[in-house]
Design a protein around this ligand. Structure first.
Ligand SMILES: [Zn+2]
Length: 333
């Protein structure tokens, strides 16, 4: 074997094997391909420094890490999607949010989609979530037990809206939900939260005292079963394209009123031909994304799971205030 600089860890020595085992077809730089297929088939991240390339809805991420599927105050849902990957700062933030919100009565986070191992467009759902800085969190708290893997596929989230309305069901909304959103918006690295306009309205009408955090809470379609956390571009990602700042306005005025008019909810005009969906090709993403598809992978998911020591187990992350009633799994499933 040839000499390698010592700085290359054992991880890198196992790269050749890992790439072969990762199950992902190598992307040929010569042959372009639909980006959602190329990125949707990659099973592991690249073992490189964490870096987001491009925009939330048109980009990719290198050096993503996995949120462990179980933690003291969280459970990852829909494991079969393999979308519990993100920038390490996002994963750390989700863990922090799970602890902070537990203190204000949120039993734990049910975490939905974050990103694919190397980000990029997905085969199903989501225009964004491509650069490892977006995460969906259910507005349903974690139960006092661990879901089985099958339950994580099947259990449905609960809409916070009254049936057939744009307004929050007051029997479902709780102060602990407001507190959860306030915690999330309070972190400086969080740039935006997306919620349904009805939820934004609920906050506008009920939050007293400090209302500055409402500026980060943006109304958007969907998002009544879950809310969406978006981090700003992180240090070390010069090619991450920032979104325009949210400003200081609490967003409870005219811009919110628009959501309660017919305009945002109009169906496509009858007789209008639906446009064929645009298929984004790998070549249309930032250039770094094409080479990222071929970058070396780690030997295993464990090696790149946040807070897990190499060869470690799920107890390697430091539990803080683990509720006594929630059993921790002895081993990662
Ligand atoms: Zn989302």
């Amino acid at each position: 074997m040839t000499f390698r600089p010592r700085i290359l860890s054992a991880l890198f020595l196992r790269i050749g094997l890992a790439v072969a085992l990762s199950g992902s077809a190598l992307f040929s730089a010569q042959a372009d391909a639909p980006a959602k297929q190329a990125f949707g088939s990659v099973k592991l991240p690249s073992v490189t420094a964490p870096e987001s390339y491009g925009f939330y809805s048109k980009g990719c991420i290198s050096g993503a890490v996995a949120l462990p599927v179980d933690g003291p105050n969280w459970q990852v849902m829909r494991l079969s999607r393999n979308r519990n990957w993100g920038h390490p700062n996002l994963i750390a933030l989700l863990e922090k949010l799970s602890r902070d919100s537990a203190k204000t009565g949120w039993n734990g986070l049910l975490v939905g989609d974050i990103s694919q191992p190397r980000g990029g467009p997905m085969l199903t759902g989501h225009a964004s979530h491509q650069v490892g800085l977006d995460a969906d969190i259910w507005l349903t708290p974690m139960p006092n037990r661990r879901f089985t893997n099958q339950e994580r596929e099947d259990v449905s989230a609960v809409s916070m809206l009254k049936a057939n309305s744009l307004y929050v069901d007051q029997n479902k909304w709780t102060p602990s939900r407001t507190a959860l959103l306030k915690h999330a918006a309070g972190y400086p690295e969080v740039e935006r939260l997306f919620v349904h306009p009805g939820i934004k309205k609920q906050l506008c009408e009920t939050v007293t005292g400090d209302r500055s955090w409402l500026a980060k809470v943006r109304p958007y379609w969907g998002h009544h079963y879950h809310f969406h956390v978006r981090l700003r571009c992180q240090a070390g990602s010069p090619d991450c394209k920032p979104q325009e700042p949210t400003g200081k306005d609490d967003g409870c005025g005219k811009s919110l009123d628009w959501w309660f008019t017919d305009e945002p909810w109009k169906p496509a005009k009858p007789g209008e031909k639906p446009k064929p969906p645009k298929i984004m090709m790998v070549s249309q993403l930032p250039q770094a994304c094409a080479s990222l598809l071929n970058a070396p992978a780690p030997a295993s998911v464990q090696d790149v799971t946040f807070g897990l020591k190499k060869g470690g187990n799920a107890s390697a992350f430091a539990p803080e205030q683990a509720p006594a009633s929630v059993p921790l799994p002895a081993q990662k499933p």
